[in-house]
Design a protein around this ligand. Structure first.
Ligand SMILES: Cc1ncc(COP(=O)(O)O)c(C=O)c1O
Length: 437
């Protein structure tokens, strides 16, 4: 039985179809391994997310988290839809400005921002979520030198447990992110910032983690953030205009897994905000959301070609493909599941149990294990699903393998969005010291 999400199809030849294109044909034209991004799917995901919240709250800003996939074409698609940007490096901020996102629709997060990054953020009017009191002092100095006030919020640590991989759970008290609430750091930071001439304190922020499929932790986050908004207004007289909930909405990766629809998320979070606003008589804030994975993950697939196949009596076959942990690190880094199909044999019977490995010299170099697949031969094209987020963005050149190319598809149209790296690209930045030359 085929287990594909609705935006994929299968053509008469039994080949996978993505964005109106034959996946096998894409590999023939653009080479292997190859990332594909379906433009239309990104647009659908963004519109659905926005609608879910806009139906319930008048002021919402959706800032796409560039770390999920900072390819310029992907950023441009979302900018065209009206998305703001969540950035966590100078390069991502530069990308946001380059594709035309306004500074006022951009938020800058991170626990170790450089002075150069802060200069760019302040001069573009970006909202900076400050992560420590030391950072606040640096922000003030940079703003004062630029002669332009910094627009800031603080990232707070809400101490919330999330049902996700520990590496991407970021809201626990022991996490490196945000100011501690219980010890009074949050109030101390807002008080200090409110006295600074070159700083406008307008926001509060937290991000509890990624790939979360349960609404309860988001509800708890809303309670905690809104409680702080009310307290900051009452005790310090500061009316916060932006309440930034971070990202984190997960997607179903396994066939049959249940997702958390954005409508359900909105229906659980917004009533908390409504209640606190009413109870404390505070002004309706703009709600900021920073989704990354939800917007782009299921719009992306990785196509990789089989080189060899080893049968092993009583054990799964080993299938060796030309992409591994260099192209997609999530399976070994997070134990993540990515569904795999054979793109040129979509209707073939699944008769073998196989482990799919990459070409690198590490046992962690695999894309999936124990998968029921059709009989596999050299030259077959495997499709690895849901890789539009944290796929190419987290890829490496491990064992000096050039990174794959990326192609955007839309209703049968195709265009390169990122060139395949070459040996020259790999060599370009290395230098041999003069005494060795
Ligand atoms: C501060 C912040 N915002 C947003 C995101 C995006 O998260 P997701 O892709 O899970 O929506 C992240 C991801 O780690 C993050 O650290």
């Amino acid at each position: 039985m085929l287990m594909l999400k609705g935006h994929f199809g299968v053509n008469r030849a039994g080949h996978l179809v993505v964005g109106g294109c034959d996946a096998v044909e894409l590999v023939r034209r653009f080479g292997s391994p190859l990332y594909i991004v379906d433009e239309q799917r990104i647009r659908e995901n963004y519109r659905r997310f926005c609608r879910a919240f806009a139906d319930r709250w008048p002021k919402v800003m959706v800032c796409y988290a560039y770390k999920a996939n900072s390819n310029l074409a992907v950023c441009k698609i979302l900018q065209g839809e009206g998305a703001g940007a969540e950035v966590s490096s100078g390069y991502e901020l530069q990308n946001a400005l380059r594709v035309g996102v306004l500074g006022e629709k951009t938020v800058f997060n991170g626990n170790c921002k450089s002075r150069a990054e802060l200069r760019l953020a302040i001069s573009s009017g970006t909202l900076i979520n400050v992560d420590s009191i030391q950072e606040l002092r640096v922000v003030e100095r940079v703003a004062s030198r630029l002669g332009r006030p910094a627009r800031i919020g603080f990232r707070v640590n809400p101490d919330i447990k999330t049902p996700t991989h520990p590496h991407i759970a970021t809201g626990l008290r022991e996490s490196k992110f945000g100011l501690d609430v219980a010890s009074g750091q949050v109030m101390k930071a807002y008080r200090a910032a409110s006295k600074m001439k070159d700083v406008q304190v307008i926001a509060i922020h937290s991000h509890i983690g990624s790939q979360i499929l349960d609404a309860a932790p988001f509800e708890e986050e809303a309670e905690k953030l809104m409680g702080l908004v009310a307290r900051i207004k009452k005790e310090l007289g500061i009316p916060l205009q932006f309440v930034d909930f971070g990202g984190g909405l997960g997607i179903p990766y396994k066939p049959g897994e249940k997702g958390l629809p954005p409508e359900e998320l909105a229906s659980r979070v917004v009533p908390v905000i409504e209640r606190v606003v009413k109870e404390y008589g505070i002004e309706q804030p703009t709600l900021v959301f920073e989704p990354g994975r939800y917007l782009v993950a299921d719009a992306g697939i990785l196509l990789t070609t089989v080189g060899y196949c080893k049968e092993r009596p009583g054990m799964p076959d080993w299938v060796a493909a030309d992409a591994g942990m260099n192209a997609l690190i999530r399976p070994v880094l997070y134990g993540a599941y990515h569904h795999i199909e054979v793109a040129n044999k979509m209707r073939a019977k699944r008769v073998r149990l196989a482990n799919v490995a990459g070409p690198l010299c590490e046992s962690g170099d695999f894309l999936g294990k124990g998968r029921k697949l059709p009989a596999i031969e050299p030259g077959d094209v495997l499709a690895v699903f849901d890789v539009g987020a944290y796929g190419l963005a987290m890829s490496s050149q491990h064992t000096a393998k050039p990174r794959p190319a990326m192609v955007i598809v839309n209703s049968g149209k195709t265009e390169i969005a990122r060139l395949r790296e070459t040996y020259e690209d790999l060599m370009r930045l290395d230098k041999i010291p003069s005494w060795l030359a």
